[in-house]
Design a protein around this ligand. Structure first.
Ligand SMILES: O=C(O)c1[nH]c(=O)[nH]c(=O)c1Cl
Length: 312
């Protein structure tokens, strides 16, 4: 079956790619993504300066395959590293390149966006408003006034279609209020839902210790356990953002969850925890599983069922 898609006006040979943060911090990581069966790739969220991030242990999968917890703390090579990567990227390849930016201030986001715009490259920007792990930095995604102000400055600078990475919302009023903000920006072409469920706590029963070191063990939750929250956020924004697209991320461990994300309204699907645990081979496996599901259900393309979840 045909699992290709178009996102922000660029064609992806298949709808799958990495969630920013996984398999994408260094050129070596990104090379693995280019060589994988993913349809695209996105870089680790960049800050203006290079960052080491939080002390380790700062990531761990949770027992029983239910998911993961991380408090990486935005470790990255600094935005110029990713700008250079984007300048050297082979855009004649079938895989479009996405760039994640997560400035620690609006001024930093302005400087980074201006640098990418000045370089005039075909890559697509995804502004990260939802990192839950920088001590002392509340998530912009939960401050609608600040996010609207940020977008009112950045959208005109970026000019081209771009996207934003959102935290999960858990209240219908918040879906409504957030959508009202996003619908004000014509070139805001997509929203990526969801980032990790912020500030969970994983504790080891035997040792009675938190599993990760930063922030007393508090970190973002990902993986299968967040699937249903992710599907709700994908569908809520699919319903509320006419003319815009949604990238679904959260809980995709097989073709089945990728299928559900498209049914909820996703135009593309990112994979985080499962990619971290399985490696880039996950893309070929999940792509085949999704294609087989579509054949079994009689769907030829993603448009045949995108957003067509049935209500009772
Ligand atoms: O701690 C991180 O680096 C991190 N971890 C996440 O789960 N989401 C993010 O957006 C980021 Cl930036």
């Amino acid at each position: 079956a045909d699992i290709s898609t178009t996102l922000a006006g660029v064609k992806l040979p298949n709808l799958l790619f990495n969630a920013s943060g996984v398999c994408c911090q260094t050129e070596a990581d990104l090379k693995l993504m280019v060589e994988s069966e993913s349809g695209s790739l996105i870089t680790k969220s960049a800050t203006f300066e290079q960052r080491d991030g939080n002390p380790s242990p700062r990531y761990t999968p949770l027992p029983g395959g239910i998911g993961s917890i991380n408090s990486m703390g935005l470790p990255n090579e600094g935005y110029e590293y990713y700008l250079n990567y984007a300048k050297n990227y082979d855009y004649s390849s079938k895989k479009p390149l996405f760039i994640s930016l997560s400035g620690l201030s609006l001024a930093d986001n302005v400087k980074m966006c201006e640098a990418f715009v000045a370089a005039d490259l075909p890559c697509v920007l995804e502004i990260n408003y939802s990192c839950p792990n920088v001590p002392g930095k509340p998530q912009m995604g939960y401050d609608l006034e600040a996010m609207e102000h940020s977008l009112s400055v950045l959208a005109p600078i970026i000019k081209k279609p771009f996207g934003i990475k959102l935290p999960p919302y858990f209240d219908i009023a918040h879906f409504d209020q957030a959508a009202a903000v996003f619908n004000k920006f014509d070139n805001l072409a997509f929203v990526t839902c969801i980032n990790s469920v912020g500030n969970g706590l994983a504790i080891d029963f035997e040792t009675e210790e938190a599993l990760i070191k930063p922030k007393d063990g508090f970190g973002g939750l990902g993986g299968l356990m967040v699937l249903n929250t992710a599907l709700a956020n994908v569908n809520a924004f699919h319903r509320r953002l006419p003319g815009k697209q949604v990238i679904g991320v959260g809980g995709v461990v097989s073709g089945k969850e990728a299928f559900l994300h498209v049914l909820a309204g996703a135009s593309a699907v990112q994979i985080g925890t499962q990619l971290k645990e399985e490696g880039p081979g996950a893309f070929a496996r999940i792509a085949k599983e999704l294609s087989d599901i579509m054949v079994a259900k009689g769907y030829k393309t993603l448009e045949d069922f995108r957003g067509k979840v049935k209500t009772l």
